[in-house]
Design a binder for this molecule. Structure first.
Ligand code: FES
Length: 71
C-alpha cells in the first residue's frame, strides 16, 4: 500500500481486527514523558484487552475484537 508520508515520518496502520502497527522512528512516552520501552516492531493495542498496554500482546485474537478500517 502506498503512503503519502515522507520517508522521515512514521506510518501508523490499523490492522484488521488487531493493533496499530507503527512503522518508522517514534518515541513512545507516558503522560510524564518517561519512555515506554518496547522491542522490535511497535504494535499499539486498540482492543483494550492487552496486559501490556499500550503495547499489543496478542490478546485481541482471543477477545473477539473486530475492526476493519478503510479510508
Ligand atoms: S490490539 Fe492486540 S492486544 Fe489489543
Amino acid at each position: 500500500m502506498a503512503s503519502d508520508a515522507p520517508d522521515d515520518e512514521a506510518t501508523i496502520t490499523p490492522r484488521d481486527n488487531g493493533p496499530y502497527f507503527v512503522i518508522g522512528s517514534v518515541k513512545l512516552v507516558d503522560l510524564e514523558g518517561k519512555p515506554i520501552p518496547y522491542e522490535g516492531r511497535l504494535a499499539l493495542c486498540r482492543c483494550g484487552h492487552s496486559g501490556t498496554k499500550p503495547i499489543c500482546d496478542g490478546s485481541h485474537r482471543d477477545s473477539g475484537f473486530e475492526s476493519v478500517v478503510r479510508a
